[in-house]
Write a protein that binds this ligand. Structure first.
Ligand code: AMP
Length: 267
């Protein structure tokens, strides 16, 4: 299966091709046609499986194909994505920006820990897609800055982590403000009881997609382990870094001082 077989519109295929993707990952192949057809989805998949594109691409397609997009302030929020952390929300927002770069759709990202002013300004100017963490979104809802009554597609990402982080009450408060008539895409790496219950409450006859549920790692990443005496670690690291196979890398250390030391040695 290629991306052309998924039924995605040309502006999205163009973005995906330019990003160097030729073949949909299993979760993309299993999800995209159903989401395009308007079905609810229950996706059991972890980060690294390509799940962001699995929901972002068909969502962008449906939004761009839907009723003609009103300009500027006339825009209504038609898609809401909830994510448990700022980092993830930022990444998802970036994906929507990248995949949607040949569409006229506008989006913004909303999270706590920073000034709400630019976020409120974006909302006032009109956006089609909002990616948010639950806490700040509830804040803005209470201030009357967010109208969710036109949401057509609601995406809940990493539901199990939301639950672990104590966001379930906020999520429920947000869901209560969404139209009942909508498409819902629900993702969770694991399905403990409360998450299953939440999914049952929120989804209508969902398509279930489960990708390698027991696996802690992903096929997309090769992993290896080197056992080495502490004194030899810098030399080994330099050796690995000099190899042609590595063009960019992240090195994790146990302490801040350790990180400084590694940088000095590599420099
Ligand atoms: P995610 O699981 O959404 O965090 O995506 C994991 C990574 O896979 C991201 O860096 C994507 O850019 C990349 N990716 C997503 N879909 C594809 C695809 N069909 N082919 C190659 N890479 C992809």
């Amino acid at each position: 299966m290629t991306f052309h077989d998924t039924g995605l519109a040309e502006p999205l295929l163009r973005a995906v091709a330019a990003d160097g993707y030729s073949i949909p990952t299993p979760i993309q192949a299993a999800s995209i046609p159903h989401v395009l057809a308007g079905r609810d989805l229950l996706g059991c998949a972890q980060t690294g499986t390509g799940k962001t594109a699995a929901f972002a691409l068909p969502t962008l397609h449906r939004l761009a194909a839907g009723t003609s997009v009103p300009a500027g302030r006339g825009r209504r929020i038609r898609t809401l994505v909830l994510s448990p952390t700022r980092e993830l929300a930022g990444q998802i927002h970036e994906s929507f920006r990248g995949y949607g770069r040949h569409t006229p759709l506008r989006r913004t990202v909303i999270f706590g820990g920073v000034s709400q002013r630019p976020q409120v300004r974006d909302l006032e100017h009109g956006v089609d897609i909002v990616v948010a963490t639950p806490g700040r979104l509830v804040d803005l809802m209470q201030q009357g800055c967010v109208d969710l009554s036109h949401v057509e597609i609601f995406i809940l990402d990493e539901a199990d982590r939301m639950f672990d982080m104590g966001f379930l009450p906020d999520v429920k408060r947000i869901v209560a403000k969404l139209p009942r008539q909508r498409q819902t895409l629900f993702f969770s790496a694991t399905m403990p009881g409360p998450i299953e219950a939440l999914a049952n409450e929120m989804l209508v006859d969902p398509v279930r997609v489960r990708i390698a549920p027991e696996r802690q790692t992903t096929e997309l990443i090769d992993q290896s382990v080197c056992f080495v005496a502490k004194a030899n670690k810098p030399r080994l690291l330099i050796d690995l870094m000099s190899s042609q196979a590595i063009s960019r890398a992240i090195v994790f250390t146990r302490t801040k001082h350790g990180a400084d030391r590694v940088v000095r040695q590599l420099s």
